[in-house]
Design a protein around this ligand. Structure first.
Ligand SMILES: [Zn+2]
Length: 306
């Protein structure tokens, strides 16, 4: 047996610890499927082809305001009901658009649109702000100190030395205004990435974070994130590079009620969970599944990180 590190165990036992995610009460109260208000098909929580919630929970789920526009390019063979890109489109309807490949927009080549893809030329989010820099940096440190639910930057913590966070200058603006994500299996995404319209877009990569997705792909490493996890991680990294993380983060959480609908967080302040509700359905479904099965018996979570 390979004993897990304390850090990994804590991460897997409390995968959403410290995140500000609204109560799932309205989802718990649903008694069965109902008709999609647009297409009329029978759906449980939301319609994964129209990207709207079922009428019984409309107005009762959080709405996320994102600081950049998000385009998700879906492989046409990706099974709609299994993909998490619908989570993003339902929870952030004003900022997320889903396209089905080969329907891809022409993107301006102004450096403001980036593609999330781990190509050889890909830059980290930190590098979008500072240019090339391979050294672990203050944003890594800030990410590593987030509550364990975020489980980001954990691979970096060992090499980081403490530095004076107060000395850090944040950019206070975002270097990009649009991100393109490919939602497909690992092999399909390479095919989509080969499209010349996407080849022209600069690529970025995320820090490694362990996926909590229960529908893992055969042979994919544990850090191969579902689309909604990747989007959340990207926004978190961007936000922390631009605005930092609230020093009062933990005490803030204790007085803050996560049951809120207006989601009027100012975007221009340190990270206090502004985008955590993107994981609203993800957390709900994760917890539902884990009530039925023991975590360690789910194959998805025993994959190695590398
Ligand atoms: Zn529908």
């Amino acid at each position: 047996m390979n004993p897990k590190s304390e850090e990994a165990r804590n991460r897997d036992e409390n995968p959403f610890e410290g995140m500000v995610i609204a109560s799932s009460e309205s989802l718990d109260n649903l008694e069965g499927r109902s008709a999609c208000p647009r297409c009329g098909k029978s759906r449980m929580y939301f319609c994964y082809t129209c990207y709207v919630p079922v009428s019984l929970i409309a107005g009762k789920i959080p709405e996320c305001k994102l600081p950049i526009k998000v385009d998700i390019i879906k492989h046409r063979r990706e099974i709609d009901g299994k993909s998490t890109s619908a989570h993003a489109a339902v929870l952030a309807p004003n900022d997320v658009t889903v396209y089905t490949y080969p329907d891809v927009p022409e993107y301006p080549q102004d450096g403001k649109t980036v593609l999330l893809f781990p190509g050889a030329e890909a830059r980290t989010v930190q590098e979008l702000f500072t240019g090339k820099d391979n050294a672990p940096s203050y944003s890594d440190l800030l990410l590593a100190e987030l509550p364990s639910g975020y489980n980001v930057g954990t691979l970096m913590t060992k090499v980081l030395k403490h530095q004076d966070i107060n000395e850090i200058q944040h950019a206070h603006k975002f270097p990009i205004d649009r991100v393109v994500l490919i939602d497909s299996t690992w092999n399909q995404s390479r095919g989509i990435y080969a499209d010349e319209r996407l080849q022209k877009i600069p690529t970025i990569v995320l820090q490694r974070r362990a996926s909590q997705f229960w529908r893992h792909q055969k042979g994919s490493p544990r850090w191969y994130l579902s689309t909604i996890e990747a989007l959340h991680q990207l926004l978190l990294e961007l936000h922390i590079c631009a605005w930092g993380r609230s020093e009062q983060y933990k005490s803030f959480l204790t007085v803050y009620s996560p049951v809120h609908k207006d989601n009027n967080h100012p975007q221009c302040q340190p990270y206090i969970g502004q985008y955590d509700n993107l994981l609203y359905f993800f957390k709900f479904m994760y917890e539902k599944l884990h009530k039925l099965y023991k975590h360690e018996s789910l194959l998805a979570y025993t994959r190695p990180m590398t």
